[in-house]
Every structure is written in C-alpha cells, then in structure tokens.
Design a protein around this ligand. Structure first.
Ligand code: SF4
Length: 417
C-alpha cells in the first residue's frame, strides 16, 4: 500500500457530539446519510443513532426545506455524532443549518451559482469554525445546455481518457469554486467528485489529489442496491485508498444506510486503515463435502457476534476438516463441521464436540468466555497456543470421508456393472 497522501487536517464536532478529524494523520473516517425526512424529528434521530451505533463517524442529513433546518435544532441535542447539512440550490438552508448548530456544510457548486451567496455561507462557517465540503457530483456539475460547448473547449485536455471532457469540466469547475474560497482565505474544506462510473471516480480523485492538499471525501454516487453497489463502490474506493488517496469515505446504497457503514468499515479494516471493532468472521464457501447447514449457521453466527462481541476476535466457521484447519489458522475461535456435528477450537485447543443444533450456542459461549479472558489479561488475541490438529473424520465428526469413499465405491461398482 502507498503512503497516505499528506493533506491538511480539519476538525468537526463538539463536546456533545464528539470531535472527528479529517485529513492529515487522522484515521479515514466513515460517513453515511439518513434516508428519512429530516423534519420528521423522531424518525431522523432514530436513524442517526442507528448509524452511529453501526460505527458511522459522521452523519449527513438533507435540508431541502426550511422545516428541515428548523428540525435540526431539535435533532442536534438528541444525537451523539457530528451532523452535516446537505445543501443544494438554496444557500439560505446553509445559513439556517449553521445557525441551528450543525458541524459541517456540504455545498454543491453545480447548483449554487451566485458567488456572493457562497461567500455569505463561508463567512457564517468561519464565524462558527465549521468546515465545508465542496461536492462536485458528475450529475449536477455540468450545466446540461452548456455541455456540448464545454466538451469542445475542454475535450483536448484529457483527450486520451475515456471521460476526458467530463474530467476537464469537473476539474475546471472545482478550480473556479475553490478560487471563491481562496479569495475569502477559507481553507477548512473537503473535496469530493463523485460519479456512478468507478473508472471516472478513480481518474477524478487521482487528478484532484495532484492539484490540492485539501482532504478528499471519496464516494461513488448512485451505486445502486447493496447487492450490486458494493462492487461498484469498493473497487474504486479500494483502489484509491491503496494508493494513499482518501481521508473520509461514504459508500452509497439504495438500501438501509446501515449497510453503507458496515461495508465502509469492513473495507477500511481489511485494508488495515482502521483498527477493527468487534469480531472478524471468516467462513468457508461450502462444497460437496458439507454435512451441516453452514449458510444458515454462518448468518446466525454473524448476527450473534455483532451483538455480543466487542473485541476483534477472529472466528472461523468451516464446513469440514479437509481444508478447514489450514484456512482457519490464525483464528482465535474456530468450528469445523462434520456429519451433523461441530468441533470447536479456541486458540488451537479443542474445547467441544457438539451436535449441529448446539453449535451456535456453544460457539458463542466460547467466544464470550474467550473475550472475558482477553479482557482479564489471561489471553491475547491472535496468539495461537498449539497448531490445530485435524480431527479424525470418521471417529469424531462422523461419516465425512466414509460418505465420500462410499460414493466413490458406488461409482466404481457402477463402472464394473
Ligand atoms: S472447508 Fe470443507 S466444506 Fe468448506 S469449502 Fe473447504 S472443503 Fe468444502
């Protein structure tokens, strides 16, 4: 992985909502956005707190109308994470949100054209020490009627690039906009340049990272439902983060935003950019050797671990003992399934052999007991005491190999017949 790009650092938040640093040596932060109406205070507060509980560092809310910025005054005292007001078209919403006490403003240069209005927002943010994100989304940055003209003017700059003209427009627009902030000597800004096209996202952020030292907010906009949006999002975000680019991220799904937070955190965990909180689950994909309902078991284990385990305990759920021990090596707690049974290991020591219906309960019990031992200082995470010795498949886990052998014998007999 490349070294993280050096960026300016800014801080948002307050005592009541916590402080979040973005840029510089701060860990990459995770953001999400509510999907409820901001003026529906109780529902909005519930969703913000749900996102905070899932691990969101910052939550953004839409404020399209005055009743939404009014609601912020009631929402802010009830939530525990810094809140960003998402402003489009109406600069007054930004001023009202700042007055209500939000911690950051997101502005879209594509739809607030009047520079004097932008300067009013900058002054109000300066007075309250609130940073601003300049979000230049592909969908709204280009004035559509002007597109052909701009394409001709700017198309040559990145003529070899698939998205040359769009990249040029975004960079030009961004430059024009940043000039407004520079004229006001305001530098508490974060930049984003989202698109639905992963390759464009990579190109845009890569170019922006060469031009400015402001922190970058990474994202793929309108990525779709979680099922397909995950790949569309993590490919470009992972690429950029591996190249040291990105200070804060939002994954956007047309699904419950809690998934956005969970997947963004998982991405940062697996890239080693954040210290994992909670258990890490690995599980085999299953194959023709499987003799328990491993898909159901894995989902049940995942949900229970989320509820009960605070420490980054590595838990492996393996369908059999063929590849299981090797692949589960390094796991603190592992289960290897056999013929309607499961053998459980804790740091390489076998602790139980239970029927399928007891696997979940016993595995969780062992995870919790191990967590307590670690918290008491009697065990260390990731410290394997002995190698996992594969159990005897027939003697302990039932007919795993016997079944395969019998099938093989059956096939052989069929050939002879
Ligand atoms: S652990 Fe066993 S059941 Fe799971 S994929 Fe590997 S060989 Fe198949």
């Amino acid at each position: 992985m490349a070294d993280r790009r050096k960026t300016r650092q800014l801080v948002l938040g307050d005592e009541a909502h916590g402080f979040v640093r973005i840029g510089g040596d701060a860990p990459v932060s995770v953001q999400s956005m509510t999907s409820t109406y901001t003026h529906d205070v109780a529902t909005c507060v519930r969703e913000i707190q749900k996102l905070a509980a899932a691990g969101a560092d910052i939550v953004r809310v839409a404020v399209p109308e005055r009743k939404d910025t009014e609601a912020l005054k009631e929402i802010l005292p009830q939530v525990t994470v810094p809140i960003v007001a998402d402003v489009h078209f109406h600069f007054q919403r930004a001023l009202e949100a700042i007055d209500a006490g939000v911690h950051k403003i997101r502005l879209n240069p594509g739809n607030i054209q009047d520079r004097a209005q932008v300067k009013d927002v900058i002054q109000a943010c300066r007075a309250k020490k609130i940073p601003i994100r300049i979000g230049v989304n592909e969908g709204s940055i280009v004035e559509r009627k002007d597109k052909q003209k701009r394409m001709k003017e700017l198309g040559q700059v990145f003529s070899n690039h698939k998205h040359g003209y769009l990249l040029s427009i975004i960079l030009t627009k961004l430059e024009e906009y940043i000039e407004v902030f520079a004229e006001e000597n305001f530098h508490d800004i974060v930049i984003s340049a989202k698109s639905i096209d992963p390759q464009f996202v990579i190109a845009a952020y890569t170019e922006i990272s060469k031009l400015y030292d402001y922190p970058l907010h990474l994202g793929v906009t309108h990525a779709g439902p979680k099922e397909t949006g995950a790949i569309r999002s993590v490919v470009p975000l992972g690429h950029l983060l591996l190249n040291g680019i990105g200070d804060t991220i939002r994954i956007s799904y047309a699904s419950d935003p809690v998934y956005e937070v969970e997947d963004a955190l998982e991405l940062l965990y697996i890239l080693g950019l954040r210290e994992r909180k909670g258990a890490e689950l690995i599980a085999c994909p299953t194959c023709g050797r499987i003799q328990v309902d491993l898909f159901t078991l894995t989902q049940q284990v995942r949900l229970k671990l989320k509820e009960e385990i605070r420490l980054p305990i590595k838990v492996a759920v393996m369908g059999c003992i063929v590849n299981g021990p090797g692949e589960a090596e390094g796991a603190d707690v592992a289960i290897f399934a056999g013929d309607r049974r499961g053998i459980i290991y804790v740091q390489g020591e076998r602790v139980a052999n239970v029927p399928e219906e007891q696997i979940l309960e016993k595995l969780l019990e062992e995870c919790k007991a191990f967590q307590s031992k670690v918290e008491r200082g009697e065990a260390k995470l990731g410290e394997k005491k002995v190698d996992i010795i594969p159990p005897d498949p027939i003697g302990e886990l039932g007919s795993g190999y016997a079944k395969i052998e019998n099938e093989a014998r059956g096939r052989a007999l069929n050939v002879i017949r």
